[in-house]
Design a binder for this molecule. Structure first.
Ligand SMILES: [Zn+2]
Length: 394
């Protein structure tokens, strides 16, 4: 059996006034996704266990079939793996974003999506500014960097280290969300030095950031491999470090697609082509697109509509066609979480999923949407249990 698992990140949304109170998915022209639901099975998926945050990390674990309650240790360790950074047992990984803070407000959690080359230059120079602190920053894509700190340097203070994802406080005052607990003084010092370096030392050409924001702390997770858990060989296509890191810990093949940016301008066609190629060798290929999530964070209704329409035409359509050339196949689409254009952050709503193909019975969905899925779902499927159903249900 050949399987495609398509993840449009953050696709889930609420009714949007300017779209006549339709959701993005209800408004967009996505005939191929609707076809998956109509021919197959559509329902709701609870990707965020109670009490956990709706991050792409927690949701990614759920989607890949692993219980976040059992395996989640933090976001940055996953990204470390994808960047080729192996954490020592005593090391804590953290995310470091370059951000724009204006009038004490988180104006841009991505610092204007700087070019990776420019960002890398910043990281190299900034490492020299903090070399006395015993920490190191590894440059990632655009604004997504990795900070590694030996655990023994995070002992001062009381209570667990409390850090806030910057994309969760877009447009909000930052002061209530400054680092708290054990190790917070060191984190604050790093952020402070970044602010001063960006104000005085670093050429800002092409760089719309004036500070750094640290979050996502954790140590390396202990995960079994995907193959030994599900008996299936998998490849993963994603521009996002954290999902590639998850795939790395699960021993999947990580495919780099030229021009895959994690943004609106990503190489949709390239993702489909590389997925088709991978499918020749592997049983399962994950295809992840981040543009839908970014549009949600930016509150860009038009871009979110456009991103999912482009996915439908350039990814879903050709992949369904390719799958049909195999004797037995299945296709699954599900977002990891909601990123509503109205709230501009992740929301822990159960997400609509749809799957079709060999041996999957139809539950007569009218199309693929939040509303249809909610009408058909007796109860949402538990996130990490969907993988077993997708791969092995008969
Ligand atoms: Zn997001």
């Amino acid at each position: 059996m050949k399987y495609i698992f398509f993840i449009p990140d953050g696709l889930g949304d609420y009714p949007v006034k300017e779209l006549g109170d339709k959701t993005i998915l209800e408004y967009a022209n996505v005939p191929n996704l609707h076809g998956v639901a109509q021919k197959g099975f559509c329902s709701l998926l609870k990707t965020v266990p109670d009490g956990m945050e709706p991050g792409s990390d927690v949701c990614g674990l759920s989607l890949m079939g692993f219980d976040p309650k059992k395996y989640y240790t933090g976001r940055a360790p996953l990204e470390a793996a994808s960047m080729g950074v192996t954490l020592k047992p005593n090391e804590v990984a953290l995310r470091l974003n370059t951000v724009l803070i204006q009038n004490e407000i988180m104006a841009d959690f991505s610092g204007g999506h700087p070019a990776t080359e420019k960002s890398t230059e910043f990281v190299h120079q900034f490492n020299e500014q903090i070399s006395d602190l015993g920490v190191k920053i590894h440059p990632g894509m655009m604004y997504r960097h990795l900070l590694v700190i030996p655990e023994e340097l995070l002992q001062e203070g009381n209570g667990e280290l409390g850090l806030t994802p910057p994309h969760n406080i877009s447009g909000k005052e930052v002061s209530p969300y400054q680092p708290k607990g054990k190790g917070s003084a060191l984190i604050s010092e790093i952020q402070k030095r970044a602010t001063s370096f960006l104000a005085n030392g670093f050429s800002l050409d092409g760089f719309n950031a004036n500070s750094a924001w640290v979050w996502g702390n954790g140590k390396a997770p202990q995960l079994p491999t995907f193959k030994e858990t599900y008996g299936v060989d998998a490849s993963l296509i994603s521009a996002v470090d954290l999902l590639r890191g998850l795939g790395t810990y699960l021993d999947m093949e990580i495919i780099k697609v030229p021009g895959a940016t994690g943004y609106y301008d990503t190489n949709y066609t390239g993702k489909a082509e590389y997925a088709m190629e991978a499918l020749k060798e592997k049983d399962l290929v994950f295809v992840h697109v981040e543009a839908t999530d970014e549009a949600g964070h930016n509150g860009h209704v038009d871009e979110k509509v456009k991103a999912i329409e482009t996915c439908d035409e350039l990814i879903v359509k050709p992949l369904l066609k390719e799958l049909s050339s195999y004797k037995e196949w299945r296709f699954l689409v599900t977002p990891d979480h909601y990123t509503p254009v109205a709230t501009r952050n992740h929301v822990a709503e159960p997400v609509p999923f749809a799957m079709c193909g060999t041996g999957i019975n139809s539950n007569h969905a009218q199309g693929y949407s939040e509303t249809v899925a909610a009408q058909l779902a007796k109860e949402p499927v538990v996130g990490h249990e969907l993988m077993g159903q997708f791969l092995h249900s008969s």
